[in-house]
Design a protein. Structure first.
Length: 50
């Protein structure tokens, strides 16, 4: 019974680590895309007509 609990905890811990890595990678990608788009807007702000 005890081995089953430890195995379950190990699988859950590994899954949480994987999910954390995916969330960090997604956050970094979104940040980079936002910076690129902001820089592009600032570069072309003289061409914008409202």
């Amino acid at each position: 019974m005890g081995e089953k609990i430890y195995k379950s905890m190990a699988i859950t811990g590994a899954g949480n680590i994987v999910i954390g890595i995916i969330i960090i990678a997604t956050g970094v990608a979104c940040g980079v895309i936002s910076i690129i788009n902001g820089a592009r807007l600032l570069k072309n702000k003289s061409d914008l007509i409202f």
